[in-house]
Design a binder for this molecule. Structure first.
Ligand code: TXE
Length: 452
């Protein structure tokens, strides 16, 4: 295996940078450094840890343009999205900067003494990040983990390490102790696996494919190590006949084609009530044609290229034998371009079951509310979903009936740093973000003080 990784700009197909591929010795050295740094960090006054995280947030905020430019070049994200992602990292840090002073335990009434609980940090947390949202997903792990008093070793995806590496440098610039937050670039089978097998990494956070996530969880089980998993999705966008069809159709492209569909929350199944099925497709077609695919550096672009040539081949393979209703436009030539595609599907089809992770949406009709819920739940996944209706009772019933971790009514919201995020079924284990995330990076210690 080469000792470097070659990075390719997905919009041009050209290699532009080599980065180190860490071996076992380097991962072990990073973990040893993290163990030492964590002791000092956890011993600081809560307000000192809060101040350090606020300072980290300010430094990230001051580098939004630089981080966004890196993501455009390395990941092909449209510049508008990349700026949002970089600002989001600063906001996540700010939000969890409040946590060190609010990790409040309990005082429990017992006989003969005083009983109190403490939220103790695990120690070192290993975070394994995929290539689809390199900075935001990283921050959902490292911000609450650091806030809770842990050190973090982070492995970005091989294809997209640049923003994570820069965030590691910015942490030092902001005054975080040396060794507390380290970014180790390398392969999943070496660096990622070492987080699983190393006894000093006491918790693992994994985002990626369900297949690898299952292996990571099995490895963590053997080490008795807690693990959070954010895995694949095949989320439904359910449109009832009583919905505002114009709004639902206008927003549908963004709900699945954002980030070229490389989004675990992509609403890649569009379930439409049969009585408005034809009308809805008529409204959807111009919205898909208007979806602008092109140069990610241009502020007018809605969608850039796919991440790699091999991923484009995988996505294209899903269209073999598919009933394509209509497609949008995409550039030709260099770069891993793929036009947004709408296909008509039946429940058992591969396109209605498997995560494509590309700009392809499968449209399926349904008959009534019960049928909509049954179809929405007819996959192994359960991450996100949307439903469109003007009937409040139906909105409540369907939102409760769909087995997904994150649902949105008359909108396509999935991620807000202040609300919990994560999947049911094969979409994952545990939750990130929201008010409780820092606590998820702690273990409860109960202490009894005898008074008699
Ligand atoms: O994911 P992997 P990939 C899905 C999506 C995509 C497919 C493959 O369908 O097409 O997965 O993507 C590290 N031990 N999702 O190949 O392999 C790896 O280095 C420990 C959905 O990128 O799961 C990377 O950092 N770590 C998903 C991370 O795991 C290992 C987001 C994810 O890689 C490892 C991404 C190992 N044995 C992909 N092997 C979503 N739903 O958000 C790899 N890794």
């Amino acid at each position: 295996m080469s000792d470097t990784i070659t990075l390719v700009n997905p919009a041009t197909g050209r290699a532009f940078r080599e980065i180190p591929r860490a071996g076992l010795a380097e991962v072990d050295a990073a973990i040893a450094g993290a163990v030492a740094a964590q002791r000092t960090w956890a011993a600081l006054a809560p307000v000192a840890r809060a101040d350090a995280l606020r300072s980290f947030a300010r430094v990230v905020e001051a580098h939004v343009d630089e981080l966004a430019a890196l993501e455009v070049e390395n990941s092909g994200h449209p510049i508008g999205s990349a700026r949002w992602e970089a600002s989001h990292v600063a906001q996540v840090l700010n939000y969890y900067a409040a946590a060190p002073e609010r990790l409040i335990g309990q005082q429990i009434p017992v006989a003969g003494g005083l009983d109190v609980t403490f939220h103790e940090p695990y120690g070192v947390v290993g975070i394994i990040v995929p290539w689809n949202f390199p900075m935001t997903i990283a921050s959902w792990g490292f911000a609450p983990a650091l806030a809770a008093g842990n050190a973090v070793v982070l492995k970005p995806a091989e294809l997209t390490p640049l923003t994570a590496v820069r965030l590691g440098e910015l942490a030092l610039e902001a005054g975080l102790p040396d060794g507390l937050f380290q970014v180790v670039t390398g392969s999943g089978s070496v660096v990622g696996q070492r987080f699983v097998s190393h006894p000093d990494v006491r918790k693992v956070v994994f985002t990626g494919s369900t297949e690898v996530g299952t292996d990571v969880a099995a490895g963590c089980a053997r080490m008795l190590k807690p693990v959070t998993l954010e895995l694949g999705g095949k989320s439904a966008n359910i449109v009832f006949a009583d919905a505002d069809l114009e709004r639902a159709a206008a927003s549908a492209p963004g709900s699945v084609f954002d980030n070229a569909g490389q989004d675990c929350c992509a609403r890649s199944r569009l379930l439409v009530e049969r009585s408005v099925y034809d009308r809805f497709l008529e409204l959807l077609e111009p919205a898909v044609q208007a979806w602008r695919v092109g140069d990610p550096a241009s502020p007018d672009t809605d969608m850039g290229p796919l991440i790699s040539a091999s991923h484009r081949d995988t996505v294209a393979g899903f269209l073999d034998g598919a009933d394509v209703a209509f497609r949008g436009a995409a550039p030709t030539g260099d770069g891993f371009w793929f036009a947004p595609t709408v296909v008509l599907a039946s429940p058992g089809d591969r396109l209605a079951q498997d995560e494509v992770f590309g700009p392809v949406v499968a449209v399926l009709p349904f008959d009534d509310e019960a049928d909509a819920i049954r179809l929405a739940n007819d996959t192994i996944y359960g991450l996100a979903g949307s439903l469109w209706t003007e009937n409040l009772g139906r909105a409540v019933r369907v939102a409760r009936g769909v087995k997904s971790g994150v649902l949105s009514v008359n909108s396509h919201s999935s991620v807000r740093y202040a609300t919990p995020f994560g999947g049911m079924k094969a979409s994952g284990l545990g939750r990130e973000l929201g008010p409780d995330a820092a606590e998820h990076f702690t273990e409860t210690k109960n202490v009894f003080f005898a008074t008699d």
